[in-house]
Design a protein around this ligand. Structure first.
Ligand code: SF4
Length: 358
């Protein structure tokens, strides 16, 4: 647990919702919707009105989601407590159940406790009683706690305090990059570390209140906000509406994102500005490698590095080719490895090229 004992929000904050008794009439914004709104107001709008426009999660997204759940489960074992059983579709039941558990002095730690304040609704990963107050702990399957994670935790702290509970600290439980798996059961005390974000959470209160009011007003409008795609579409998270928002973009044979170095942060603003094709780019804006790629597409000709022929003379058939992929599990699976500081290579069968090369 974190060492801080300062009460950051309570009792200065006005309490407008009571524990176990939702009274808000505003659009109810879960933490994930609040974070959606911070990324893009159109994303929030779609989350609220048009979930059908989202691209379904692929197997990679599902694997990340499953791994996050596994980390959450381990964090609960690290801090054992009472789980609020009502699921995420049962918010009223979860609020009532949380209220009952908080009234029980023998309950020291709650998992998935529910709170509502001014239309903001959260389920707290870990809520721990300490010195007459409660520590709010958000669990993340990451090594480094960034500003998005801090805002995420701060939102929860603000809601919990606003609902009337004295908050002692706000923190993020992340993975410890120093941990090394020794085989057998994971050593949970070493696997996790807790980063105290109480001070940042306090400083973020005015921003949280302003954003919440802004998002609630937005959701009472009849028109979707106009937000062109840009670098925000993939940061901090890839938006599930990207395919829908870009559906009118022309399909060109040489899209700018095929150029090396033209990742989403670079090509999305360009395409939103109407620059879709490599040929639309001024040549003096490209480096030598990008110009080479552009020339190959323009002339429809392959390009072979001059030195390649000489470099390959040292090899003679049969030549074996080994194709490999990498994976980076959030949790260490191999003895001697730690959380995802690196990717691990793995391979299918090697492919043997037995013919004489020309
Ligand atoms: S794809 Fe981009 S513009 Fe569209 S909703 Fe998502 S973040 Fe907003």
């Amino acid at each position: 647990m974190v060492a801080s004992s300062a009460r950051i929000f309570h009792p200065a904050m006005q309490v407008s919702a009571t524990l176990g008794s939702p009274v808000s009439q505003q659009p109810r914004l879960s933490k994930s919707r609040f974070m959606s709104g911070r990324q893009c107001t159109l994303r929030l709008w779609n989350d609220w009105f048009h979930r059908d426009l989202a691209t379904p999660a692929d197997s990679n997204s599902q694997a990340r989601f499953d791994e996050g759940n596994e980390v959450g489960e381990l964090a609960r074992r690290r801090c054992p407590g009472v789980l609020v059983a009502a699921d995420h579709r049962q918010s009223s039941e979860a609020l009532a159940e949380t209220g009952r558990l908080l009234a029980d002095a023998s309950v020291k730690v709650l998992h998935e406790a529910a709170f509502e304040h001014r239309g903001a609704f959260v389920r707290v990963d870990i809520l721990a009683r300490r010195n007459g107050a409660w520590d709010v702990i958000e669990v993340k399957s990451v090594l480094d706690v960034d500003k998005t994670h801090r805002m995420d935790a701060a939102y929860q702290g603000w809601v919990v305090a606003g609902a009337g509970l004295p908050v002692g600290s706000v923190s993020v439980m992340a993975l410890n990059r120093e941990y090394r798996y020794q085989g057998g059961e994971l050593d949970l005390a070493s696997l996790f570390r807790v980063e105290d974000t109480t001070a940042e959470a306090g400083a973020l209160v005015p921003l949280i209140e302003a954003d919440l009011a802004r998002f609630q007003a937005l959701l009472q409008q009849t028109e979707a906000p106009h937000v062109p795609p840009g670098r925000h579409c993939t940061s901090p998270y890839e938006c599930p509406y990207l395919a829908n928002c870009t559906r009118h973009w022309p399909a060109v044979p040489d899209p700018v994102d095929w150029l090396p170095g033209f990742g989403p942060a670079k090509h999305l603003p360009l395409r939103a500005a109407g620059i879709h094709s490599m040929g639309d780019l001024p040549l003096d804006s490209l480096n030598a490698q990008q110009r080479q790629v552009l020339a190959c597409h323009r002339d429809d000709q392959p390009w072979v590095n001059e030195g390649l022929g000489n470099a390959l003379k040292a090899f003679a058939p049969p030549i074996h080719f080994l194709d490999f992929e990498t994976f980076a599990p959030a949790l260490p699976r191999l003895i001697g490895t730690g959380p995802p500081a690196r990717s691990y290579p793995y391979s299918g069968p090697a492919t043997a090229w037995l013919e004489r090369a020309s």
